[in-house]
Write a protein that binds this ligand. Structure first.
Ligand code: PEP
Ligand code: MG
Length: 867
């Protein structure tokens, strides 16, 4: 079996086998870029090492020796030969770049004899001594696992604690240090430093293999969802030296600016230094532009190679290089990581430069990264230095700082005086809405990705971290404690809703800027996608934002959300608390004109586009007053006895409100509610149409399980529509459809489609009901499920394709057998999740609907799904 590939035997397509680094150097070698010769031990060898009880698989070592011979032949040096020693670097290289794995051992092959040889050959004993010192140190730390601080401590002693630099150490001092390091190794891990170069190589390779299962690497894979069975490759490569004098240097560079996307080479280098000096920050590196002045010829060659690599890979590259006595060597190339704005700019620029086509450009940009263009971010410099206090669910992207406030009224008052506040709640309810509007951001201790806080914050485009379970919030004391830190009312905090992190203090943020390139990329995405993209928007302001972001209609207007504004919640409560149909009608009569006004606003904003309005679907508990104080206030407002209100609240209390008296069940028992809403919808439609605006209302009935429920509601809607049309003499085309958010509805979709003209999958509730997993309570335990890899993702964030997805598929198919023209969409939070969008495309839905700020993400994800 072939375990070892010379660099010239590999190519870019062999990432699985050779790892990213190995495939990169192989491809560079193949295309004539100057790369020091070397070979790659395959990822299969790593896996075989483990299967073989942590021993090299048969034949591997022999192939390594063959590879060494090849390097010797190419360099004219010999491994272990004091007269002309070959030194190598040994580096890990998995398919995906993975911090936490063993990185690099340099100068391997040095011992007393070869060091002397190196000194003679280079005529530079100090250089040889320093190389030896570095090697013993790195080998001790990385391969043998000695605590690196012990070496650092000796170094500091030798330098007189800041009195002198590394470069001031003399040959003798360096050699003495190397001997001390060996003694430390012996003392710390009980083995002798191996003087035999072959032994060194054997141990270094094994150490790379072992580092695949090191703690940090395993953690990194878990967090980043990288499979454990990929294994890592090992690259063994002839050393070149960037520390052989002032005509030598080493550096790293990107072929374009990775934060802005500007098409200029961006990077840093250090003269007379070796690789780890750049990273370790011992000396401050110079910007790469300086190289053009210091070594113009080398820079010109470097520039040409960088461009060549970019043309070759047709993507921005991240390269490492070393200059040894004026000769340039490329050590690594890989696709460079970049920010969202840079990704967009680079993709669009590369199409203009003729490097890639539009389809490739559209595929290049990670839809998630668009968040960085749409929301403020924590300043990357500030972020590097900060440690999060705790982490919750990344419920709504964007970063914000503000004073912690634990009460919505107070949030509103403080905001009025110009203060920036962050509303911190155990969880939120509709009566907190005004506080959420006033706050810069929202932080909750409880609740999942589709909890009230998350859904409402996303709709407003406001940052939200939800379900930060470590927070202990005391409303009584107006403070929270978390991991030993206490945050009181008025203390500054910063949250990042894109990562779920919470920080203490005020951190600088950077505002996004929507460039022309963004619009260009989005227009290309629209050329490819098949899925429609609508928005979930409840009020005209949100509808306008949605349309600016390219929404093709409203896929869900949650009418109950319209009652979160101002005093409207009182009318809503009055309606809920009414004892008799008369009382209810009286309360409804107050609501109707407000609703009509809202709908008119929506129809105007969405002129010419469909607007799906859902009849009332409040989990009742969200709307009821909770404590005595609130009950008294409400009773006073309504002019009734507080005991009566209290009794009514009691009688409406549900053990399981999410499965209780909500959705169409409300309209079934109280048809006057549906009637009022239908009237408001059609009166608004007729009014706006009379202004010469094209309106397309789609009335949607929630939480239907039986076709009979839908039928009853549909009849009301159609009756009211004809009444309004007859009264006004104006007719408006409209549809009546339903949400599919219960497993039964998906299963009997053929029956339901006989009445429904469209379906919209409510995947929030469908997930909740299919998995028997509470939307509001799952934040407490689901993250642990994901962490333990029991499930790949939070199912409220990314659709559970096997389970819930199957119901979506079944519902769509059965629905369409009964009604071929059935329009099918989805309006749960999954509508803005790229992986879910891909699935909805695959099962042939007509559109997805998501919160306004996720519309661009859905457009791009839909295009990628279609490509
Ligand atoms: C759903 O259940 O997916 C849905 C869109 O409705 P809501 O989130 O309002 O329950
Ligand atoms: Mg629902």
């Amino acid at each position: 079996k072939k375990w070892v590939y010379l660099f010239r035997e590999g190519n870019a397509s062999m990432r699985d086998l050779l790892g990213g680094k190995g495939a990169g150097v192989a491809e560079m070698t193949r295309t004539g870029v100057p790369v020091p010769p070397g070979f790659t031990i395959t990822t299969e060898a790593c896996n075989a090492y483990y299967e073989n009880g942590q021993r090299f698989p048969e034949g591997m070592w022999e192939q390594v020796l063959e590879g060494l011979k090849d390097i010797e032949a190419q360099t004219g040096k010999r491994f272990g030969d004091p007269n002309n020693p070959l030194l190598v670097s040994v580096r890990s290289g998995a398919k995906f770049s993975m911090p936490g794995m063993m990185d690099t051992v340099l100068n391997l092959g040095l011992n007393q004899q070869t060091r002397e040889g190196l000194a003679r050959l280079t005529d530079n004993p100090r250089f040889a001594a320093d190389a030896y010192r570095r090697f013993v140190q790195l080998f001790g730390k990385i391969v043998l696992g000695v605590d690196g601080d012990r070496f650092e401590h000796e170094m500091e002693e030798a330098k007189g604690h800041g009195q002198r630099q590394d470069t001031d150490l003399t040959t003798e001092e360096l050699l003495a240090l190397a001997e001390k390091f060996k003694a430390i190794i012996k003392e710390d891990v009980g083995v002798d430093f191996p003087e035999d170069p072959f032994e060194q190589l054997r141990e270094a390779i094994a150490a790379v293999f072992r580092s695949w299962n090191g703690r940090r690497a395993v953690d990194y894979r878990r967090v980043n969802k990288i499979p454990d069975n990929l294994g890592t490759a090992v690259n063994v490569q002839a050393m070149v030296f960037g520390n052989m004098g002032n005509d030598s240097a080493t550096g790293v560079a990107f072929t374009r600016n990775p934060s802005t996307g500007d098409p200029e080479i961006f990077g840093e280098y250090l003269v007379n230094a070796q690789g780890e000096d750049v990273v370790a920050g011992i000396r401050t590196p110079q910007p790469i532009s300086k190289l053009a002045e210091e070594m113009p010829e080398v820079y010109a060659q470097f520039h040409e190679i960088a461009k060549q690599l970019e043309r070759h890979y047709k993507d921005m590259q991240d390269v490492e290089f070393t200059i040894e006595r004026g000769k340039l060597w490329m050590l690594q190339t890989r696709t460079g990581k970049r920010t969202g704005p840079a990704a967009v700019k680079i993709a669009v620029d590369m199409v203009r430069e003729g490097l890639i086509d539009k389809a490739t450009a559209v595929q290049r940009v990670d839809p998630h990264s668009l968040d960085q263009l749409l929301h403020p971010m924590i300043d990357p410099e500030a972020r590097k230095q900060a440690k999060p206090l705790t982490t919750g669910l990344p419920a709504s992207p964007g970063a914000a700082s503000g004073k912690a406030v634990f009460d919505p009224d107070e949030a509103e008052e403080l905001a009025k005086t110009g203060e920036k506040v962050i509303l911190v709640r155990i969880e939120t309810a509709p009566e907190d809405f005004h506080g959420m509007v006033a706050a810069q951001a929202i932080l909750t201790a409880r609740g999942g990705m589709t909890s009230h806080a998350a859904v409402v914050a996303r709709g407003m485009g406001k940052p939200c971290v939800a379900g930060a379970g470590d927070l202990r919030i005391s409303y009584a004391d107006q403070l929270m404690t978390v991991n030993g830190t206490t945050i009181r009312k008025g203390d500054w905090i910063t949250i990042d809703g894109g990562s779920g992190e919470v920080f203490t203090g005020q951190m600088p943020t950077v505002e996004p800027e929507l460039s022309g390139d963004f619009a260009t990329l989005m227009s290309w995405a629209d050329e490819f996608r098949k899925l429609g993209v609508r928005a979930n928007a409840d009020i005209p302001r949100d509808a306008r934002v949605a349309r600016q972001f390219g929404a093709e209609g409203i896929g869900l207007c949650r009418t109950e959300h319209m009652f979160f504004e101002g005093d409207r919640i009182d009318a809503m409560r009055e309606m809920i608390l009414a004892d008799t149909p008369e009382e209810r009608r009286a309360a409804l009569a107050k609501i109707e004109p407000l609703q009509q006004g809202d709908f008119e606003g929506l129809f105007r904003e969405m002129a010419g586009l469909p607007v799906t309005i859902r009849t009332l679907d409040p989990p009742l508990h969200e709307f009821l007053p909770h404590d005595d104080e609130e009950i008294e206030a409400l009773a006073a407002k309504l002019g009734v006895d507080p005991h009566k209100v209290k009794a009514r609240v009691e009688s409406l209390r549900e053990a399981n409100p999410m499965l209780g008296f909500r959705g169409c069940r409300l309209g079934i028992l109280y048809p006057e509610i549906t009637e009022m809403q239908a009237r408001a919808i059609f009166k608004a439609a007729v009014k706006v149409k009379s202004e010469g605006i094209d309106v397309h209302p789609e009335v949607m009935i929630p939480l239907v399980g039986f076709v009979s429920e839908l039928k009853l509601q549909e009849e009301i809607v159609r009756r009211v529509a004809s009444e309004v049309f007859a009264e006004s003499g104006i007719e408006v085309p409209y549809l009546v459809g339903t949400m599919i958010e219960l497993p039964r509805a998906a299963l009997v979709a053929d029956e339901i489609a006989q009445v429904a003209e469209f379906f919209s999958f409510g995947t929030n509730d469908l997930t909740q009901t299919t998995l028997g997993l509470s939307r509001d309570d799952s934040g407490r335990f689901l993250p642990a499920y994901v962490e333990k890899k029991l499930i790949p993702d939070d199912p409220f964030q990314t659709i559970d394709q096997r389970g819930v997805g199957q119901l979506v598929q079944i519902g769509t198919e059965r629905g369409r057998t009964a009604r071929a023209s059935l329009k099918v969409g989805i309006c749960g939070e999954h509508g803005g999740d790229p992986a879910s969008v891909e699935f909805f495309h695959r099962v042939g839905l007509n559109y997805v609907s998501c919160s306004p700020y996720r519309v661009p993400i859905a457009r791009l994800a839909a295009a990628q799904a279609a490509l």
